[in-house]
Ligand binder design. Sequence first.
Ligand code: AHG
Ligand code: MN
Ligand code: MN
Length: 354
Amino acid sequence: MSKIVTIERHILDQQKQYPDATGIFTNLLYDIALAAKFISRETNRAGLADILGATNQVNVHGERQQKLDLFADEILFKINDHTGRLCAMASEEHDDILAIPPHYDTGKYVLLYDPLDGSSNIDVNVSVGTIFAIHRKVSSGVYGTMEDILQPGRSLAAAGYVIYGSSTMLVYSTGQGVHGFTLDNSVGEFFLSHPNMRVPNEQKYYSANHGNEKYWTPGVKQYVKWLQGIYGEGRKPLSHRYIGSLVSDFHRNLLCGGVFVYPGDFFYRSKPYGKLRLMYEAQALAFLAQQAGGYASDGVGDILDIQPHKLHQRVPFFVGNRDLVEKAEEFIQKYDQEWVQAYLPYRNLVPTFA
Ligand code: AHG
Ligand code: MN
Ligand code: MN
């Protein structure tokens, strides 16, 4: 039997090598793992408890909120609001920054999260996830501000995701590689099951929603045909796999090699900047991809270098094997200059506090 390493032990071991990971940081990651256990339990019994289905509420994106969205959102906030480790939080499900209640201490980290990713799949029993990103506090006051939230991915202290699938896995990085843990429900512990995850050289899948193909720009259309091997060049065509849960598509491609594609549409469409959100979806997965030897781009450049200008900012998203993502940039650079020139002013907006 290989050595039994719990997520707590692994984080503590990492702490010795990681300059600023004090006990606070270790406990913060542990708190997220605890929230994941609660969400996993509710997800796994969703069909039994009154947790399925939609609420009559709509979030800031105009999307109807699922009961499990709200459950996951509340658990993540309640587990973290009183620990004194955070100066602020931000969630996909809330318009603005989530302040730490005044009767609690604050700390030196910020937690951003997509509490439940892939909500459209909850009622049809397809895997969903949670995505989280941790930045260090940079503002001077006691309480966190938007300045602490809107930081580029390059300065992330940690990021990760939980996937609630055939098993529940927590995958995270503190900048010391990517490590995967599988939840053993019988003892309620996450055990190290995938140490040092690396994007494999072999590439198997591409993920894209072909239902949007008519809105793709010429360069993106030609790129996807290249992925399918239509231009020959002796490349092995990639198989198409698209689950509609970003975490699940990302996780499969991380294990098997490939690329996930959610581009920006033409500007007359509703999603010229893509659908996925920079602060609590793209940044976290871009950080993990880079730590695993892969790469993530908005089609123009590295996701991790984008200076965010608003909390729910959307971003075109290409992530996976570095050569596949760089090829997307090549096609867009060559054939989509009209789109690029219209996108750059949005991409280069600076936040109001700057
Ligand atoms: P969320 O459920 O957090 O809103 O995220 C859904 C996202 C992402 O998980 C997935 O990749 C994408 O929406 C699917 O979008 P389409 O249905 O437009 O393909
Ligand atoms: Mn999501
Ligand atoms: Mn979500």
